[in-house]
Design a protein around this ligand. Structure first.
Ligand SMILES: [Zn+2]
Ligand SMILES: [Zn+2]
Length: 139
């Protein structure tokens, strides 16, 4: 388990949080819930424990949504800017951190893809596509 303090925030900056470590699990999740929650091809999620997590600001801005049919899954988001935010699982044992909200390097990188069978039909691995440092040149 990593012990470094790592901070994160939403797009508008009202909500900020800090973690004192993580569980050493960092993965891409291709399930339909993560795709809806993030609006992206897959969620990039880092896991920590509730006692290693604290909100630093903006708690009043946070909304939570719990699908009725989920065992663990819920979501939290900033009700000003709509950013995904860390959420406590329904079982209250784990905090799932959408890694795109991190402002610091968490000290580990993703190690696996999960729920690939329910991934988007249109998904293509990023390394298969042309890469530009910024906007692509005009054609
Ligand atoms: Zn926000
Ligand atoms: Zn997922």
């Amino acid at each position: 388990m990593s012990e470094a303090k790592v901070r994160g925030s939403c797009l508008c900056g009202d909500v900020q949080y800090e973690i004192d470590g993580n569980l050493g699990i960092f993965q891409y999740c291709h399930c339909s819930r993560c795709r809806k929650f993030t609006g992206a091809a897959y969620g990039a999620n880092l896991f920590t424990r509730p006692e290693l997590f604290r909100w630093l600001s903006g708690e009043a801005r946070i909304s939570r949504y719990e699908p009725e049919d989920s065992k663990h899954f819920a979501t939290c988001f900033c009700n000003r800017c709509g950013s995904s935010l860390p959420w406590l699982t329904k079982t209250a044992k784990t905090i799932v951190i959408p890694a795109g909200t991190l402002d610091d390097d968490p000290g580990l990188t993703p190690s696996q893809n999960i729920f690939c069978a329910s991934g988007a039909d249109w998904y293509r691995p990023v390394e298969e596509l042309p890469q530009f440092d910024e906007m692509p040149p005009r054609k």
